[in-house]
Design a protein around this ligand. Structure first.
Ligand SMILES: Nc1nc2c(c(=O)[nH]1)N[C@H]1C(S)=C(S)[C@@H](COP(=O)(O)OP(=O)(O)OC[C@H]3O[C@@H](n4cnc5c(=O)[nH]c(N)nc54)[C@H](O)[C@@H]3O)O[C@H]1N2
Ligand SMILES: Nc1nc2c(c(=O)[nH]1)N[C@H]1C(S)=C(S)[C@@H](COP(=O)(O)OP(=O)(O)OC[C@H]3O[C@@H](n4cnc5c(=O)[nH]c(N)nc54)[C@H](O)[C@@H]3O)O[C@H]1N2
Ligand code: SF4
Ligand SMILES: [Mo]
Length: 745
């Protein structure tokens, strides 16, 4: 039966469990339908914004009703990230604004560190105290000893403040807990990382290979919509996943691989494509380097060899290799995004990059297009001082290919067991819930306990705020200006975020906090504006627009400067690699003592009675940030643990039964989780959605609902090239009785 876009979208929402479709406020991928506004009085107003519920940053319109209350958010039709439609989380962003559990005032810890009692203080007191501490700690150990952990738009404002203060010890989970290894693997192969949104020409592809990138549950909007379009046009989807994901259920081929063995499958595919001469000869000949070496290298990796490792039949491996080659060059072996799986992640994604190179998909229609972006000049400001050292110096030999701050390296430099010269003594944390986003929470907490001072800037009382000496309440993205969104895409485009309402309670935007702190640190010159709108207006005017114009249109697209969305026929481009070619064999990796071509290395297996813990996304939630959102908890209030019927039978587990989990290191979950017995998961693994099982009681809807996967992730396999933290190396067993354990909040 032919699948239509409508089916795909419907199924992707049903596949993930219990959600009520059609509630007026939240529709799945709600369109930019304005009809509800027709006939209303002129008092209905709309302001442009781009969504912060996830980092796809879709641009949309925030509507206020006749009473001036924020009422709904819909997509902006000119926006290439959303194509005018929002996902349930984006629509539900309204709930973030109305959440009555929000942080409301600045808070200061009362009493000893570790004591979680806070008193309300004024903004003035907060800034005086923080600036005093920064000067004191900076004076004792150097300004570099103050680190910044950040994620999201508001992190950038504190990034500016810290750089002006003299610390480039800045990092976010979007690198070492997410796409770090992928970025380095693509940079090593093609000379450039992929960035976000990834330049995948999904709408024109003929074959899409998803290797644990579960589009449909991973709701990266533009990609999901382009995939739906491709499905309408009859694309061949090949999904490699130990779980029958939504995408797998829509695929021509589902390869239910044994987890942790993907590199073996990728190498076998490379073997078939080279040996059966299925690769794009002209492209490989002219644009790449190292084919002969690669050919020799993969002779050992036959489909028959891979079968014993991956459990995927050789005939399936050959058939899928053929399907990719038939579609070449309009084929995408999806690079994934959350790439930190098994500690061999740069190498695994190098295999993906190599496969794309052999298929000639990079720079070709239906493969990877060549993105472009608007050139928005920075607001004039003082030059930053040169710090004496930075995150790389914490462990100079480690992670030579890391091109961005490594969060876990900052944790290492903050930990009491650190013996080097470059200790971290204080943390600023903005927009990231570190105890749940960085694996091995115990170590993160030890590092925090070892700090002289911690400031957390958040919108909600999530776990991280409990470790702060000072908590600063940020207003939501619906109540503030932030930087213009400038992202790479098929055409240059920009989007505006502006406040739709005044900040609720005493919350404030991060740009204002950074500016106020700068004032008290004598760094005013770096923040020489009164309101952030001045910065935006100045920048926009440099590129022929203005704040006034952007307030009306929200998104502006520009012409592409050159007609170079794809390589021209016969063109031999130069790549930013050492050789100027696409490197099938990487001399750079070899020079640093790493495998120049990917090698399969077996990983530890679970003991009897234990199952590999794998995790992923649900369409209606983002990480841990939405678990308390009233609109989204209505759609899904807790996660469940997927268990294969064979295993459930052995353990006598029933659907909806509540169980606790224990991992290989004896870590026991704080809360129980409901069992979901399903054929959709292999017998050797269990699966859950990340982001539930909150431990802070101030999150009234999220506290104690479901289980936090991070609690079970104590064994971390670090990618030696990039520093990415592999998190899928943990094994759990089931406890059917409530364990003796105190739950702390
Ligand atoms: N176990 C496990 N760990 C993971 C993952 C996983 O799947 N499982 N996924 C990894 C991936 S891919 C990523 S990208 C990271 C994500 O890591 P994080 O971005 O740390 O994820 P969240 O859990 O959503 O935490 C976001 C925090 O920012 C706050 N926040 C939200 N909006 C704002 C705002 O506008 N201003 C401010 N100041 N704060 C705000 C939220 O309240 C919350 O405390 O996690 C990584 N870690
Ligand atoms: N709704 C929603 N969408 C999101 C987010 C969100 O929080 N919510 N977060 C966004 C962010 S920042 C990121 S990084 C992306 C992450 O999303 P992706 O990069 O697309 O996916 P992952 O989370 O790595 O992959 C999860 C899938 O990998 C499968 N898997 C587990 N182990 C293995 C294995 O060994 N081999 C293979 N082949 N598959 C395996 C799981 O069964 C699951 O289906 O999602 C983005 N989109
Ligand atoms: S994909 Fe959804 S949550 Fe993410 S930015 Fe777009 S609308 Fe917001
Ligand atoms: Mo991510």
């Amino acid at each position: 039966m032919k699948t239509t876009r409508r089916d795909f979208i419907k199924i992707s929402s049903l596949g993930a469990g219990t959600i009520a479709l059609g509630t007026p406020a939240i529709k799945f991928l709600a369109g930019a339908d304005d009809s509800e506004n027709k006939g209303k009085s002129g008092a209905v107003t709309r302001t442009p914004n781009y969504c912060e519920v996830c980092f796809w940053n879709c641009a949309g319109w925030v509507y206020k009703n006749e009473e001036g209350k924020i009422w709904k958010i819909i997509g902006n039709e000119d926006d290439p990230h959303s194509y005018g439609r929002f996902c349930p989380r984006g629509t539900g962003g309204v709930g973030m604004y109305y959440d009555e559990d929000r942080l409301k005032t600045p808070l200061m810890r009362v009493g000893e560190p570790g004591n979680q009692t806070y008193k309300e203080i004024s903004w003035d007191e907060a800034f005086e105290h923080i600036a005093g501490k920064m000067k004191e700690i900076g004076g004792k150990y150097g300004n570099e000893s103050i680190a910044l952990f950040k994620h999201g738009s508001s992190g950038k404002h504190f990034g500016k403040l810290m750089s002006a203060f003299g610390s480039t010890n800045q990092a976010g989970p979007a690198y070492a807990q997410c796409k770090g290894p992928r970025e380095e693997a693509f940079a090593l192969t093609f000379g450039e990382p992929l960035h976000s949104p990834e330049p995948l020409d999904i709408r024109d592809t003929k074959c899409l290979v998803l290797i644990g990138s579960h589009l449909g549950e991973n709701m990266h909007n533009g990609q999901v919509q382009e995939m739906s379009e491709a499905i309408d046009k009859g694309v061949t989807v090949i999904t490699v996943d130990p779980r029958l994901s939504t995408a797998a259920s829509k695929s021509k081929f589902w390869l239910p691989i044994k987890p942790a063995t993907d590199t073996a499958l990728l190498l076998a595919w490379i073997n078939v494509i080279i040996n059966e001469e299925l690769y794009d000869k002209e492209y490989v000949d002219k644009l790449t380097i190292g084919l002969d070496k690669l050919k020799d290298h993969v002779q050992q990796y036959t489909p028959e060899w891979a079968y014993g490792i991956t459990t995927i039949e050789p005939s399936q491996i050959r058939a899928t290799a053929k399907a990719m080659a038939d579609a070449s060059p309009s084929v995408i072996v999806h690079p994934g995004r959350h790439a930190t799986w098994y500690g061999d992640d740069t190498q695994r994604i190098r295999a993906i990059a190599i496969l794309n190179a052999l298929l000639g998909s990079y720079g070709r229609r239906g493969g990877f297009y060549l993105p472009t972006k608007a050139k928005l000049p920075g607001f004039p400001s003082e030059k930053n001082p040169n710090p004496a050292w930075s995150w790389r110096d914490i462990e100079p030999e480690k992670y030579p290919f890391a091109s961005d701050g490594v969060t876990n390296l900052l944790v290492d430099g903050s930990h009491p067991d650190y013996k080097g010269k470059h200790s971290i003594k204080a943390w600023f944390v903005i927009g990231t819930n570190l105890p749940v986003s960085i694996p091995n929470t115990k170590r993160t907490v030890e590092a925090m306990d070892n700090q002289e001072f911690i400031v957390v800037i958040d919108t909600m009382p999530t776990e991280i705020t409990g470790y702060a000496d000072i908590v600063l309440p940020e207003c939501t993205y619906l109540e503030r200006y932030d930087d213009i969104r400038v992202s790479p895409h098929r055409e240059p485009n920009i989007a505006l975020r502006m406040p739709a309402a005044e900040p609720k309670y005493e919350s404030k935007p991060a740009w204002w906090m950074a500016k106020e702190l700068a004032k008290r640190l004598g760094l005013d010159a770096y923040f020489n504006f009164e309101n952030y709108s001045e910065v935006l207006d100045w920048q926009l005017k440099q590129i022929g627009s203005s704040l006034e114009e952007m307030k009306k249109i929200g998104v502006k697209k520009f012409e592409r400067e050159f007609d170079d969305l794809y390589f021209a026929p016969g063109e031999i481009p130069e790549f930013f690699t050492g050789s100027g070619k696409i490197e099938l064999y990487s001399s750079e990796l070899a020079a640093y003592g790493f495998d120049p071509m990917p090698v399969y290395k077996p990983l530890p297996e679970p003991e009897a009675g234990f199952y590999r813990l794998i995790y992923g996304r649900a369409p209606m939630h983002t990480f841990s940030r939405t678990a308390n959102n009233p609109n989204l908890t209505d759609l899904m209030k807790e996660n469940s643990v997927w268990i294969n019927p064979k295993v459930a039978k052995e353990w006598d587990l029933k659907n909806d039964q509540k169980i606790w989990l224990k991992n290989q290191d004896g870590a026991i979950s704080s809360f129980p989780i409901k069992v979901r017995v399903t054929e959709r998961i292999r017998w050797d693994s269990v699966y859950m959605v990340h982001g539930f099982g909150h431990k802070d009681k101030r999150l009234s809807r999220a506290f104690g609902h479901g289980l936090m996967d991070t609690e079970m992730i104590t064994n971390v396999l670090i990618d030696k090239e990039s520093g990415g933290t592999g998190m899928r190396s943990n094994f759990v067993t089931f406890l059917t009785e409530k364990p003796e354990k105190e739950v702390q909040s």
